[in-house]
Design a protein around this ligand. Structure first.
Ligand code: AQP
Length: 325
């Protein structure tokens, strides 16, 4: 049977990229398989962080999970640090992983390699992510394109562990988004839209941005000198990103097919802003209600932790036995 795991780290305010690449997809997936969706707060310790802000963002993301439409009666919503099994399995997988393969991780190369104050946890973070995934016997991992290499590592570690110590883990598959797998920054469309961008960045649309801010950010989005609207991510990243966002927010499978409908940027930007606001407004309304009741969010996470503990226990026990503990 299918089991789906995914997580979001509380390192910044969630963006439209997080929504199209991950959160928005979780909402449909929850009805198709056993699902565990996690606020992966331990991953946020890999970079400079403020403890108070981390706690605030963790609750904000849990609240956004609910506001987006994840139903705790249908799927398991949990917080990574509530489950010591994640870090325990991580150590067994660290004793399976090679320094060579971790050194090849693109995110580590970009964010920390060669800097003396890079945290050790940034280096080992893909192993913790592998533990997150393997602990639940996940068959599928819906994540954005930037996580592709890390899911590949989780597969490699599962295969190596099984070969060395006997069948223990399910080998997971990446489940990439068909549209919106890599939403780009509106101001620098050759880099991904990022939650850790500065708070005043015009390039990142935050899930909780008021509609007028969303409209302003999209109207100022960088395009190019060509007068027509065309889909060509390689050579025309700005306009292609807008088409991708429009497709992602309207359920259109093919962003290229949308290009023909427009003969200028003004109409494209207007429709894109309308589509984004249309998707985010209901989420924002539910968020406003939920945020008034933090006890409900905390109770949801407590219940999720109990269920996750039950799901994780057999795999952790099997891995401990297999490896000789
Ligand atoms: N721009 C994006 N387009 C599509 N999917 C995205 N995701 C992130 N950005 C995009 C997907 O969202 C999920 C959670 O992401 P994360 O917890 O890895 O956090 P982040 O938003 O990638 O964090 P930062 O701080 O924005 O990352 P860096 O530090 O790399 O700049 C994942 O499924 C991710 O793929």
């Amino acid at each position: 049977s299918r089991t789906i795991f995914s997580g979001i780290q509380p390192t910044g305010r969630l963006t439209l990229g997080n929504y199209l690449g991950a959160l928005g997809r979780f909402v449909d997936l929850q009805h198709t398989a056993r699902c565990v969706f996690c606020v992966v707060d331990l991953h946020a310790l890999t970079v400079v962080h403020d403890p108070k802000e981390l706690r605030r963002l963790t609750r904000e993301i849990a609240t956004l999970y609910l506001a987006a439409g994840l139903d705790p009666a249908v799927c398991v919503l949990t917080r990574q640090s509530d489950l010591p099994a994640h870090t325990e399995l991580m150590y067994l997988l660290e004793s399976t992983a090679y320094v060579g393969e971790l050194s090849r991780m693109i995110q580590f190369k970009e964010k920390g390699r060669g800097r003396p104050r890079t945290r050790v946890s940034l280096y080992t973070y893909p192993v913790l992510m592998a533990a997150d995934i393997l602990l639940y016997g996940s068959t599928e991992v819906p994540v954005g394109d930037d996580q592709r290499q890390h899911v590949e590592l989780a597969r490699d570690l599962a295969i190596r562990f099984n070969r060395t110590y006997g069948p223990t883990f399910v080998v997971p598959e990446l489940s990439p988004a068909t549209v919106g797998a890599r939403v780009m920054d509106l101001q620098n469309p050759t880099t991904k839209m990022s939650g850790s961008a500065p708070a005043d960045s015009l390039g990142s649309i935050r899930l909780l941005d008021p509609p007028e801010v969303i409209v302003r950010k999209i109207s100022r989005a960088v395009t190019d000198a060509s007068p027509d609207v065309g889909y060509d991510p390689e050579n025309r990243p700005g306009v292609s990103n807008l088409l991708e966002i429009l497709a992602g927010c309207t359920g259109e499978a093919d962003p290229a097919a949308l290009a023909g409908k427009y003969d200028g940027y003004a109409a494209l930007k207007r429709d894109t802003a309308d589509a984004v606001v249309g998707v985010l407004k209901p989420l924002q309304n539910r968020y406003a209600e939920l945020v008034a009741d933090p006890a409900h969010v905390d109770a949801t996470l407590r219940l999720g932790a109990e269920r996750a503990r039950e799901l994780a226990a057999p795999t952790l026990a099997a891995a401990r036995t297999a490896i000789g503990l």
